[in-house]
Design a protein around this ligand. Structure first.
Ligand code: PLP
Length: 856
């Protein structure tokens, strides 16, 4: 039955309780434990059943309960305190104000991502990327950055997981009721809905815009599920990563193009665009179109303007992980931009091709983003290295170590992931500001002053809480699928709150090897059950992508092994992993396990969450763990080897894991003093807290993004826009000229003062004469390049040394001189290279041009 009208019914609160609405609609409550407690106090059962959604809670709570609390002075006092805290929070976020006094104008950083994991009642994420983006917004808010964010509002979001009786993953797509979520619908001044339009082949699709207030940061989400759109177009914002490649391109057009238009309609003028993964890269096209049509720039100028102020973060360590569209498909959907830009089909497609010469290659969103951004980064040091190697083909002739993709290691938002009682403990011993202090802050020394037994008792409570949570959660999920009473009874007995507990939770992709620890079943069974006083148990969670059959098979195997081996009590799979389950696990387990195939884990963040709760990590050296102090704060499985033979690798690494469990981990955990405190273990916990919280924290991450990315990009934005884009035009013109003349540059002569035999620390003078083909000496930097030779006679990991322009110009060309000293003996190589130079380039490799002495 179709309704004749629809109403948006909002909760009716007694006037005294009005502040609850304000609190509910800013998800600051998600990381403010007191506000969360306030909602829980209203109605604990309802709070749980509406998935910790305060808007739904206020909408469904009985009027009599509201009347009751309105007269409860204790409650009113707590509510007023929560309101004060929110007001104070919004005023006091001042890292940005203090550290960015020299901004050249009003700044605005626009952050684009396809998913956001903020809190469990907003199922707009699938996993790590989304949670990272959510934490990015929370920390941007904490630091007071002028950041706004854009995404899509998925009606069904990502699926919710349940297992059938055989352990096979089933997917359900609960429909979100936006009017009962902490969302605001954006309206125009006349009260009508704000709408944006995006052109698709043969039609225009409209979207409305919702807003989530994340502390002081606004997240705008587009929603096409509205009247006026076709059935197909309704579904553009239906499911996260749902549908086929055609649906994907529809979604990405809405995110990039629609998202850009939404910001315009809302009155924003971003000074930086930050693409978090490539899904939103079509925004480049729309941004360039506006610069061309509205501001009269040429294609080259528009590209220059876009690049100067755009950042791109990649999260993928394998090239197959990026979105690619075939050439015809790309032209069908966004080919009209080629006409606007005045480009031929191949010229246009080249914007998104890794290898522009390969006309059959697909259009890659990552290549588009890489080519049009000036700040590029991976998400851990190792992933930066992997990314430089993966994309080195886009910077021909450049040594891989100089490929301009840097890294900013991911983090996690401390106040969101540390258990309440543990936060309070840190507040007591470290003071209230620990959650965003950096590694150099002296307060971290105070961690050692936390009494061992207090930290330990607190952790034991967290473990007991997790056991209760897991039992309840399992029961709830089993009831939902109509499980038998026997199964329900069993669920109430899983896990032992006093046993060493290993947590493992992540997407069930095969490269993550969730079942590696089960490789030798007899051995692991012996470790689990062999000694009744030193038992071990596993809590496991994670979803497999709906189309990933091998991933689903792993979950099924796990369930079967637990049953068939009689270890169901000690090997527990928690279905429907989400931020709520994650928070319980990362605080209540004792160790966090990770066994990916290096280097497939770009960063990983759940281990950081665990470390923030004082858990040691036990992991293959991959992602963030590779750069952590893995001896002081946990254990490394292997030493970072990369194997050809996967079977052999599994064998070696499973054995290394068993050895660590038997010889180090179990003994350390169960070695208790007279008070039952495992002193050695607690020391590792303290190390994890002291070393990993400040380092792997989104506060540190956002400071890095600000200093290395947002600030300089914003500076370039202002430099490029002033005087009606004067510098943009000049740089675009300059780049064109450099391109035209580059291949005519000649290195006429190189004079080296010494012969081939020299001694360490001897100074060598080099003089070079270059024909710059009409370019000015200031247009290029000429560099000596020296380093050890490898077995192929090539310089590897060389060091560039700038040469100086002598001011001398002869008929042969322009003279440069430089000097160098070899500090080590052995066979050393010397070369010379030329790079374009311009103060407005973010790095010398923006044009991808480099000339080496031996090139001709
Ligand atoms: C933290 C988190 C992730 C990401 O964890 P990884 O270790 O990066 O795989 C995924 N899902 C949820 C619900 C999380 O909380």
């Amino acid at each position: 039955m179709k309704p004749i009208r629809t109403f948006n019914v909002s909760p009716s609160l007694p006037p005294k309780l009005e502040p609850l609405k304000k609190l509910a609609y800013n998800i600051h409550w998600d990381w403010n434990v007191e506000t969360k407690d306030l909602f829980r106090r209203l109605d604990n059962q309802l709070w749980e059943s509406c998935r910790h959604n305060p808007v739904a809670l206020l909408g469904n709570i009985s009027q009599s309960r509201l009347a009751e609390v309105a007269e409860d002075e204790g409650f009113i006092a707590q509510m007023e305190r929560a309101e004060e805290q929110l007001d104070l929070y919004l005023q006091e976020r001042n890292w940005f104000r203090k550290n960015r006094q020299q901004a050249l104008g009003e700044e605005c950083y626009a952050y684009f991502c396809a998913e956001y994991g903020l809190t469990d009642c907003l199922p707009l994420y699938s996993g790590g990327l989304g949670v990272l983006a959510g934490d990015h917004l929370k920390s941007a808010s904490d630091l007071g950055l002028p950041l706004i964010a854009v995404g899509l509002l998925y009606q069904e979001g990502y699926f919710s997981q349940y297992l059938n009786a055989d352990g096979w993953q089933q997917e359900a797509y609960p429909i979100s009721d936006f009017s009962n979520m902490p969302l605001h619908l954006e309206r125009k001044s006349d009260g009508s809905e704000l709408r944006v339009e995006v052109d698709y082949p043969g039609r225009t699709v409209i979207a409305r815009v919702w807003r989530i207030d994340v502390g002081g940061v606004r997240l705008y989400l587009l929603d096409t599920n509205i009247e006026g759109n076709s059935e197909y177009d309704h579904n553009i914002t239906d499911r996260l990563y749902g549908g086929d490649l055609d649906m994907r391109i529809h979604q990405e057009m809405m995110l990039g193009i629609g998202g850009f238009r939404a910001l315009k309609a809302l009155g924003y003028t971003p000074t930086v665009f930050h693409l978090n993964e490539g899904h939103s890269a079509f925004l480049v096209l729309e941004r360039m179109r506006r610069l061309i049509e509205d501001d009269g720039l040429s294609f080259e100028e528009a590209k220059q303007m876009v690049q100067a102020s755009q950042m791109f973060t990649t999260h993928t360590p394998v090239s197959a992980g990026f979105d690619m569209f075939n050439p015809d498909q790309t032209m069908y959907y966004v080919g009209h931009y080629a006409d606007i830009f005045g480009l031929s089909r191949e010229e246009f497609l080249a914007m998104g091709r890794e290898n522009t010469g390969d006309l059959s290659s697909p259009f890659s969103m990552a290549a588009l983003a890489l080519r049009t951004s000036s700040f590029l980064n991976g998400v851990s040091k190792l992933h930066g290295e992997v990314s430089r190697d993966m994309f080195k083909g886009m910077w021909k002739g450049l040594p891989v170590s100089e490929v301009p993709i840097t890294s900013i290691t991911n983090g996690t938002h401390a106040r969101s992931v540390v258990a309440k009682s543990t936060q309070q403990l840190y507040d007591r011993y470290l003071g209230p500001n620990w959650s965003d202090k950096g590694p150099d802050d002296p307060l971290w020394e105070k961690v050692n002053a936390i009494p061992d037994d207090e930290l330990w008792r607190n952790h034991e409570r967290a473990r007991a809480d997790m056991v209760v949570m897991v039992r309840d959660w399992l029961g709830k999920k089993l009831r939902q699928r109509g499980a038998s009473q026997a199964e329900l009874d069993k669920a109430t007995e899983v896990l032992d709150p006093n046993v060493l507990t290993i947590g493992f939770a992540r997407r069930f992709a095969t490269y993550k090897r969730a079942t590696l620890f089960l490789r030798d079943i007899d051995r692991i069974k012996k470790i689990i059950m062999g000694n009744p006083d030193r038992r071990l148990q596993f809590v496991i969670a994670g979803k497999a992508h709906p189309k990933d059959m091998p991933g689903k098979e792993l979950i099924r195997q796990l369930i079967h092994i637990a049953r068939e081996e009689g270890i169901e009590e000690y090997l527990v799979f928690v279905p429907d992993y989400d931020t709520h389950v994650a928070r319980a696990m990362v605080s209540g387990c004792d160790i966090w396990l990770n066994t990916p195939r290096r280097p497939r884990e770009a960063s990983g963040t759940s281990g950081m969450k665990a470390a923030m709760n004082g858990l040691p990590n036990l992991s293959v050296l991959d992602g963030w763990w590779d750069e952590a102090d893995y001896t002081a704060t946990g254990w490394a499985i292997g030493q970072g080897e990369i194997y050809e033979d996967q079977h052999y690798q599994d064998e070696v690494e499973a054995n290394a894991l068993y050895d660590l469990l038997e010889q180090e981990i179990l003994p350390l955990f169960y070695d208790r003093d007279a008070n039952g405190v495992p002193r050695g273990w607690v020391q590792k916990m303290k190390n994890a807290i002291r070393l990993n919280i400040p380092q792997f924290n989104t506060a540190r991450m956002l400071r890095d993004y600000s200093v290395y990315g947002y600030f300089p990009s914003s500076d370039r934005y202002f430099a490029m826009t002033e005087n009606n884009y004067a510098n943009t035009k000049a740089v675009a013109q300059w780049k064109k000229q450099v391109f035209e003349r580059w291949y005519d540059i000649r290195i006429e002569s190189i004079d080296v003062s010494e012969e081939t035999d020299i001694v360490v620390n001897e100074t060598i003078e080099v003089k070079a004469v270059l024909d710059l083909a009409g370019l000015k000496p200031d247009d290029v930097s000429v560099e000596l390049y020296l380093g050890k030779l490898n077995s192929n006679g090539e310089i590897v990991n060389g060091t560039p040394i700038p040469m100086e322009h002598t001011g001398e110009t002869t008929s042969a060309g322009v003279t440069y001189k430089g000097s160098l000293v070899y500090r080590a003996s052995g066979l050393q190589g010397l070369s010379l290279r030329v790079l374009p130079k311009n103060q407005y380039m973010a790095h010398p490799h923006e044009l991808g041009l480099i000339l080496w002495a031996d090139d001709k």
